[in-house]
Write a protein that binds this ligand. Structure first.
Ligand SMILES: [Zn+2]
Length: 238
């Protein structure tokens, strides 16, 4: 048992050592770019909650909002630890895993309003729980192979990001799909910076900005087309 723990710790150290070590300014930028979004994420969740007409919309607002908050909060905590407590390697490694897990759940949470509040066919409706299954599978992967196969990890994120879109784009109501696609494009462009640590200065902070922009575009689409617009029945009644 002791040997196993020792081996895992050595692996942890090796994984951390392999990572690019940012400069002090880069660390600060990594923290602030997501820390500043924690409060707006709370406000955004509260706004959707307020606009909800029924229990299902309220639950959906809560799930989506928690995904947003968790992403920015976990990312901020990880980057603070990485900056100020880098000597606590195991803790840093744990929070790095949490940061990666939060991305899987954030993707699932981002699709939830579209999958829950739009009309879906009987087969497509399975995507409502399947996205969470994919997030759970991603979590298991992170806990077993974190930082081992970086391209596989990236392929997992892209698969999870695009697979539910097959269902969303096949919906009869296409309002908001342009915004959804545009947000997806911004995430993809950001991946260039995500993979450029040590090559482009402040690459990780720039990736954070792309994430924030894409999340804001998706939030706008969800607010405008799923929460702000009155349901079709109300329009017909008017
Ligand atoms: Zn980050």
């Amino acid at each position: 048992m002791r040997r196993l723990l020792c081996f895992r710790f050595m692996n942890t150290r090796a994984a951390v050592n392999r990572r690019y070590q940012p400069t002090c300014y880069e660390h600060a930028a990594n923290c602030y770019t997501h820390a500043l979004l924690i409060v707006p994420a709370f406000v955004g969740m509260a706004l959707l909650h307020r606009l909800s007409d029924d229990r299902w919309e309220r639950i959906t607002a809560w799930v989506y909002g928690m995904g947003l908050i968790a992403l920015f909060l976990v990312s901020t905590v990880f980057h603070i630890i990485s900056w100020k407590k880098s000597h606590m390697r195991t803790m840093e490694h744990c929070f790095h895993m949490c940061d990666r897990v939060a991305i899987y759940f954030f993707i699932a949470a981002s699709y939830t309003p579209w999958l829950n509040l739009r009309e879906l066919g009987p087969l497509a409706a399975h995507m409502r729980w399947f996205v969470w299954l994919m997030a759970a599978a991603g979590t298991i992967y992170v806990f077993n192979y974190h930082e081992k196969y970086k391209l596989v990890e990236l392929a997992f994120y892209l698969t999870m990001g695009f697979f539910p879109a097959l269902v969303v784009t096949s919906m009869s109501n296409t309002d908001g799909l342009y915004e959804l696609a545009f947000g997806g494009l911004v995430y993809c462009l950001g991946v260039v910076f995500f993979k450029s640590d040590g090559v482009i200065p402040f690459a990780h902070a720039i990736w954070h900005v792309f994430v924030a922009l894409a999340a804001a575009i998706h939030y706008y689409a969800i607010w405008k087309y799923l929460y702000r617009s009155p349901p079709l029945e109300d329009i017909r009644d008017a």
